[in-house]
Unconditional design. Structure first.
Length: 257
């Protein structure tokens, strides 16, 4: 199979996981959904979870790491994460351990899986040691850019080299301000270690996304956003990209590069 094939198994604060396949290499990014759900959603797309070559964890928040130990013990997936993410995860989630044969990397390094490279990109999100990812194969680049914190320096240049992207579009500013969250949580979400808003994500794509074949809006808040609002914001500010929204409850369509 040529190129990169990918889809989201689920996206949002209730759980995250993204599948990527290229050059015979099969990768999962994050383990925030139960193993049985991941297995079923992969099977529905013609994939077998036990054939995944690596599970790569972005950071230590529950919606990304909660079931990593299950994926390792039940399905035999090698788990890759940073030392700080491993330490924080073991402290916070008893279900995670024992995480035997954890394979650590430093944020900013490149992981190599046969012909597929995974560049890890440090983020400012308020996990212990978060990473975003760029997956490269045969000159094509896929970005997994969620839980970013804010539009940090270099992010625009990174997006300009992508052919497809899962990009955080977490909240609508007006919905957040009018919503039920306490003031401290609203401040955290909008702060430099929180999440990107619809407008921030749309601005990044408008300014830097000329090369993109498609963008999948991801990690939408269930309380402070809605798929139609996110799409409307992006289309109003951009209008040129093929846009999709990753579901909070189900797998997405299959995307190709």
């Amino acid at each position: 199979m040529n190129g990169i094939v990918t889809f989201s198994l689920q996206s949002g604060s209730s759980g995250n996981s993204i599948y990527v396949e290229a050059g015979g290499v099969k990768l999962l990014f994050d383990a925030g959904i139960a193993g049985i759900a991941a297995m079923a959603r992969l099977r529905a797309k013609g994939r077998d979870i036990t054939e995944v070559d690596a599970l790569i964890i972005s950071h230590d928040h529950a919606d990304h790491i909660r079931y990593a130990g299950v994926y390792r013990r039940k399905y035999g997936l090698p788990v890759y994460l940073t030392p700080k993410t491993l330490e924080a995860g073991l402290c916070r989630f008893p279900l995670l351990g024992p995480l035997e044969d954890a394979r650590t990397f430093l944020a900013g390094s490149v992981l190599q899986f046969g012909p597929v490279s995974v560049r890890t990109v440090p983020t400012s999100h308020d996990g212990a040691d978060g990473s975003a990812f760029v997956i490269s194969f045969e000159g094509r680049n896929l970005g997994i850019l969620t839980d970013l914190g804010h539009p940090f320096p270099g992010l625009g240049g990174l997006i300009s080299r992508l052919d497809g992207v899962f990009i955080e579009s977490n909240y609508d500013h007006r919905m957040l301000q009018a919503g039920p969250y306490p003031a401290f949580l609203k401040k955290r979400i909008q702060g430099p270690r929180g999440h990107l808003s619809n407008a921030e994500a749309a601005e990044l794509l408008r300014e830097h996304g000329a090369r993109l074949k498609w963008a999948c809006l991801s990690h939408l808040s269930g309380r402070n956003n809605h798929p139609e609002i996110a799409l409307r914001t992006h289309r109003a500010m951009d209008g040129g990209h093929r846009l999709y929204v990753a579901s909070r409850e189900a797998a997405s369509n299959i995307f190709r590069l």
